[in-house]
Design a protein around this ligand. Structure first.
Ligand code: BGP
Length: 472
């Protein structure tokens, strides 16, 4: 088989990601307050995998030193995680810090820095406090937005002097899409208008926190940057026919541009307002809020890219008696012969990296960005252990290699992409299916005291980072 080698630019960040809720677990002594994800689990028992859920997670809370040791061994330049808002404060209204949890975050950040790994911290990776969801309707409420800004201020006060990479949200579209658009998660309420309101409130919250960040002068004082992590689904139309192209354009407008445009350009697409009015789903907003967006765009963005999204024009008319859903404008399209990840069910199409990179260059003023997540989930990965007990994940090596290859091609062609964070550093709890799909460079052996072991891909990634040469 022919191989090629590609040089990785010197300062290109090569790291890995997880999130707080997906790894921390419980201290064992101290009952933390729930986040919305805990509600999600308590009310959707079927998503637990063999009884394993977030309660123990990967026990990162207690084992972060051991894990950071592995990060150092692999040579990760950056480690991306979140602070769990629901745990960080004991009182959300007054922003009273939980000193025990805050001290853990402090130790964890210091340990990363001491080991030469730069922390990247996200303020919310789906971890909106459960009580704020129950009491105010979560992100549907502007009061919750105010509480988020107070929370952000406390976090910046504590760690702003050491963390250079900050993000408001991870994939801000996801929770409300499952909860209000598709009504497949607690409290199972279809309500497209609420979905739009959550979208807007999160967009606005990013601008508000960017404003706070600038007022606190974290860039001037410490060289820090602030952004948001989005999951634009690279959308392909079935054909070049006008009606299919239009379907893809509408999908992109409702799910991608609604976040990309205000974060980077400071405005929503004009057409969004026309469509919201037409379908009676206009979010509640003021002119002051729109000005806030204009004046507080992000420094950079992280993009989570896993698979392509394929759509076609509707073959049947939308049933007008059902509530409006963006699917009014498109249907999902199943590409015949597409390459599938046989172990997870997602399509594999590495060219998404290049296509998205070129879009950032051509449509978004070449703003600085990086891949904040990309990776391959595999069910029942134990079956790939060799006789010495190490997981031989050649499929993951191939997956990462091909995606990086397309990404680096875009970089050579002038895309302003600054790095790649693999999902995930270690196996972890998925909000969708607990520990069923494994993504890690590091195996978490649930049957054996959550012991860690580097998979074959970890050594491959280590070589890549050391040599700065990709061999595919
Ligand atoms: C992303 C999330 C991550 C992670 C990943 C893998 O969308 O930001 O938190 O879970 O997807 O997906 P899954 O866990 O559903 O396989």
């Amino acid at each position: 088989m022919q191989t090629k080698t590609v040089k990785v630019p010197k300062d290109f960040m090569l790291g890995a990601a997880v999130s707080a809720w997906q790894t921390e677990g419980w201290d064992g002594k101290k009952p933390f307050q729930d986040s919305y994800l805990d509600l999600w689990y308590k009310n959707n028992k079927h998503v637990w995998h063999n009884g394993y859920g977030p309660a123990g997670a990967t026990d990162f809370y207690n084992r972060y030193k051991e894990d950071i040791g592995y990060m150092k061994e692999i040579g990760l330049t950056h480690f991306r995680t979140s602070i769990n808002w629901s745990r960080f404060l004991t009182d959300y209204e007054e922003a009273v810090v939980d000193e025990e949890y805050a001290a853990y975050i402090d130790r964890m950040i210091n340990e990363l820095l001491a080991n030469g790994v730069e922390p990247m911290i996200c303020l919310e990776h789906y971890e909106v406090p459960a009580v704020l969801f129950e009491k105010y309707g979560g992100w549907g409420s502007k009061h919750v937005l105010e509480l988020f800004v107070k929370y952000a201020e406390k976090v910046f006060e504590r760690y702003g002097d050491r963390v250079k990479h900050w993000f408001t949200f991870n994939e801000p579209v996801v929770v409300q899409t499952r909860v209000y658009l598709d009504a497949i998660r607690y409290p199972f309420e279809q309500n497209t208008k609420k979905w739009m309101q959550w979208n807007h409130n999160k967009v606005l919250a990013t601008a508000r926190v960017v404003q706070l960040f600038r007022t606190m002068q974290l860039k001037e004082k410490y060289g820090a940057k602030i952004g948001v992590i989005l999951n634009p689904e690279v959308t392909y139309a079935r054909s070049t026919a006008k009606h299919d192209q239009e379907a893809a354009r509408m999908y992109d407008l409702f799910f991608n541009r609604v976040f990309l445009d205000p974060a980077i350009k400071g405005t929503y697409p004009e057409e969004l307002f026309t469509l919201m009015n037409k379908h009676d789903i206009t979010f509640n907003y003021t002119e002051d809020e729109l000005n806030m967006l204009r004046e507080n765009t992000v420094d950079y963005v992280g993009l989570n890219l896993y698979f392509p999204h394929r759509v076609k024009a509707r073959s049947t008319a939308w049933n007008e008696n059902t509530p409006f859903h963006p699917e009014f404008y498109y249907e999902k399209f199943d590409l015949p012969g597409k390459k599938m990840n046989p172990y997870r069910g997602w399509e594999i199409y590495p060219q998404i990296m290049y296509d998205m990179a070129m879009r950032m260059k051509n449509e978004y003023g070449n703003i600085e960005w990086f891949i904040a997540e990309n990776g391959m989930g595999v069910e029942n990965e134990q079956r790939f252990k060799d006789e010495h007990g190490q997981i031989q994940d050649d499929y993951r090596i191939e997956f990462i290699g091909q995606h990086l290859d397309w990404l680096l091609k875009a970089v050579q062609e002038g895309a302003n992409c600054k790095g790649y964070m693999l999902w995930a550093f270690s196996d972890n709890v998925s909000p969708m299916n607990a520990f069923k799909n494994r993504y890690g460079l590091v195996e978490i052996n649930l049957e054996d005291n959550r012991n860690r072991r580097l998979k074959k891909s970890a050594y491959w990634y280590k070589d890549l980072i050391e040599s700065r040469t990709l061999v595919v």
